[in-house]
Design a protein around this ligand. Structure first.
Ligand SMILES: Nc1ncnc2c1ncn2[C@@H]1O[C@H](COP(=O)(O)OP(=O)(O)O)[C@@H](O)[C@H]1O
Ligand SMILES: [Mg+2]
Length: 229
């Protein structure tokens, strides 16, 4: 469960041009929810996501994940916490173009050690899950946008995360591919993974049973519906 109370974030706090990106956000997200964080550019969506995910520090308020205050964690502990619980999916995929799909997906294992047969087996499991078995030895630079995003999702799944944070995951994709990726997200959510998806695309929000609207650093609406696109 994610519990946020009166979260505030100011960029450039001690400089001439401070920006209040979050101005007192309170929010609870239960396990298993699929939440769209909507709003115009500059509203504070990414900041909110990164504060919850522990990638960005905040200036005031409380942010707890499974009862643990994110900010109280020291860097190494925070990194371990993130690895264990979170998967990240970003707009620009953040893949290595000259590596194959399989190499990109096993990347979290590859840092500083040999990738074992068991790691490869696990990677193949998530590659199959996202429908890329035939492309496993293709270089990322040869893939379509949708296939790249599937690769990034497979990599996000490798640590069996309980929460996936996605920041504009379909921002670089056409509408048909957007629907395919959202269908995959909906399936992962049905498997029990909590999904928090930042978007300004109403198609994406349409797949989410809960829709938050962020404006000027505040949540201005919080709606629940059937989740049918
Ligand atoms: N690293 C940063 N340094 C200074 N200002 C930032 C930084 N990141 C975001 N901001 C500012 O904070 C506000 C919210 O940004 P952001 O969370 O990225 O919005 P969104 O994701 O909704 O487009 C904007 O005014 C933006 O310019
Ligand atoms: Mg953003």
């Amino acid at each position: 469960m994610i519990e946020i109370q009166d979260l505030r974030k100011i960029y450039n706090k001690d400089k001439k041009n401070p920006t209040e990106a979050l101005r007192g956000v309170s929010l609870t997200i239960e396990d298993g929810e699929m939440v769209a964080v909507c709003g115009t550019s500059g509203a504070g969506k990414s900041t909110l996501l990164y504060c919850i995910a522990g990638l960005e520090d905040y200036d005031a308020g409380v942010c707890k994940v499974d009862g643990v205050e994110i900010r109280a964690m020291k860097n190494r502990t925070a990194a371990a916490f993130r690895n264990e619980k979170y998967g990240f999916v970003l707009q620009d995929f953040a893949l290595i173009d000259d590596y194959t799909v399989l190499e990109n997906v096993t990347l979290p294992f590859a840092f500083g050690k040999h990738v074992s047969g068991k790691d490869t087996e696990l990677a193949m499991e998530v590659i199959r899950r996202v429908g890329l078995e035939e492309q496993k030895n293709s270089y990322v630079k040869e893939l379509s946008g949708g296939q790249k995003q599937r690769t990034a999702i497979a990599r996000a799944l490798i640590n069996k995360p309980r929460i996936i944070f996605a920041d504009e995951p379909t921002g670089a994709l056409d509408s048909k591919t957007t629907q395919e990726i959202m269908q995959l997200f909906a399936e992962l959510n049905a498997d029990g993974i909590t999904m928090v998806i930042v978007t300004h695309d109403s198609t994406v929000a349409g797949y989410c049973k809960r829709r938050l609207q962020v404006e000027d650093g505040l949540i201005v609406s919080d709606k629940r519906c059937c989740g049918c696109p």
